[in-house]
Write a protein that binds this ligand. Structure first.
Ligand code: HEC
Length: 148
């Protein structure tokens, strides 16, 4: 009698685990509001908030003695992340326009990286200026959702 009871307890606790596990493993399709899109992840590293690359590099380039070694690592990462944008599909807008805007963004990022590696402050500031003002044109054309 005791055995049967223990066996039932065991079975029912298994059932709870199984049901709970299923609920958590419900797959989220890409872009269904589960995970942020790849573009959002890239934007977060590149340009979202004060600890992203764009404002950090701006601050460093503004110093009298820019910390070139730090900037070089960041500008290299910037160029790699910018190049990833090209491969993604934006939430809205024409493919041609996306190709044009993302390749301009990548070119400016490469120019920034080249200038940083050469420790050329004027060229780095110029390239950074282009990157820092690229936001609106691309968002107007390709960022989805109302009022953004
Ligand atoms: C070449 C195109 C392009 C450029 C340039 C660009 N963005 Fe974006 N950005 C996008 C797209 C597209 C999205 C929307 C992605 C989505 O909804 O999946 C986005 C989204 C964002 C987001 C929202 C991220 C999130 O987690 O929701 C922020 C913040 C952002 N961009 C900041 C910037 C800033 C600041 C700049 C300029 C310094 C910039 N972006 C330049 C294309 C661009």
């Amino acid at each position: 009698m005791k055995r049967t009871y223990a066996g039932l307890m065991f079975l029912s606790s298994l059932a709870v685990v199984t049901i709970g596990g299923c609920g958590e493993e419900t797959p989220h399709g890409p872009g269904l509001g589960g995970l942020p899109s790849k573009i959002k992840q890239l934007m977060t590293k590149l340009a979202k908030g004060p600890t992203s690359l764009t404002p950090m590099i701006a601050k460093e380039l503004n110093e009298d003695q820019p910390p070139w070694e730090t900037i070089q690592g960041q500008s290299k990462e910037f160029a790699q992340l910018a190049a990833e944008m090209v491969k993604e599909s934006p939430p809205k807008g024409e493919r041609d326009s996306w190709a044009k805007l993302t390749s301009a963004y990548t070119e400016d990022a490469n120019a920034l990286d080249k200038a940083a590696q050469a420790k050329d402050k004027n060229a780095a500031v110029a390239a950074h200026g282009l990157l820092a003002t690229s936001c609106k044109a691309c968002h107007d054309a390709h960022r989805g959702g109302p009022g953004r």
